[in-house]
Design a protein around this ligand. Sequence first.
Ligand code: ATR
Length: 276
Amino acid sequence: MKKWFAVIGDPIEHSKSPAMHNAWFQELSIDATYIPIRVPSENLESAVAGLKTLGASGWNVTIPHKTAIIPYLDELDELAEKMGAVNTVVRTKEGKLKGYNTDGVGFVRSLEDAVGKSHKDKPVLLIGAGGAARGVAFAMQQQGYTNLTIANRTVANAKVIVDEMGIGNAISLADAEESLADFGILVQMTSAGLATGNFSMPFSLEQLAEGAIVADIVYNPLMTPFLKAADEKGATVVTGLGMFVHQGAIAFEHWLDEYPNTNSMIAQLKVQLGGY
Ligand code: ATR
């Protein structure tokens, strides 16, 4: 029987996941389909029951359900449990629903695609302490990045993550700006201005170290003001597109035991997003 997958969220119409997964099914001759389903918060529980009854093999979960879905699942992967958020659900062979979070590891793959795996000892400055930042922080720690500092507008929020991880420092944005030259890798994960489309910089990159690697998890636009400023300072920039494609590829692998072609997908989406 044809397998089917979905992404649930609200809003959902702008998601690029259906086109990405359907293209991979076609490329790999897999008889499956992937559909977007808008699920308002009040319908989440019945939607999960419906997906289960109707035989979905798995699905992605996006805003606003990444945390709210947890009580309706049977099992959680260790990283998803630490993050307190799920972006991928797998129906196991036993028929149980297992939650994973592939966002953070997706980021690390994207970073390593761009710059290799030889930067694990560099001091990393993570900027932001929201849900996305939490995922990336835990995944970087798990993947061997040992020197992590989290900077945030509200330092107490960064302190919560740092304490849970048992590592590193929580500092203010002003402190980050002042000690910028100490960091070899920067990851921008705040939503500063995202909702209004009116991006603002969390702080100035004037003191950026030479040879720094600067990443942003936002991929639309590809070149955020933060990345543009980093590019002007001569940094190696990593856009958020690779993270989006790899989080999808890792989900795909959980469902189908196969890793799809991420390079050609990144190239295709880059064209759609206006290149850079
Ligand atoms: P997400 O799930 O996308 O990470 P979130 O949980 O709402 O979103 O987190 C938003 C992050 O962006 C937080 O780190 C937030 O800082 P606070 O913890 O101080 O709220 C940060 N952020 C949002 N708007 C910001 C702004 N104008 N300047 C700096 N940081 C901002």
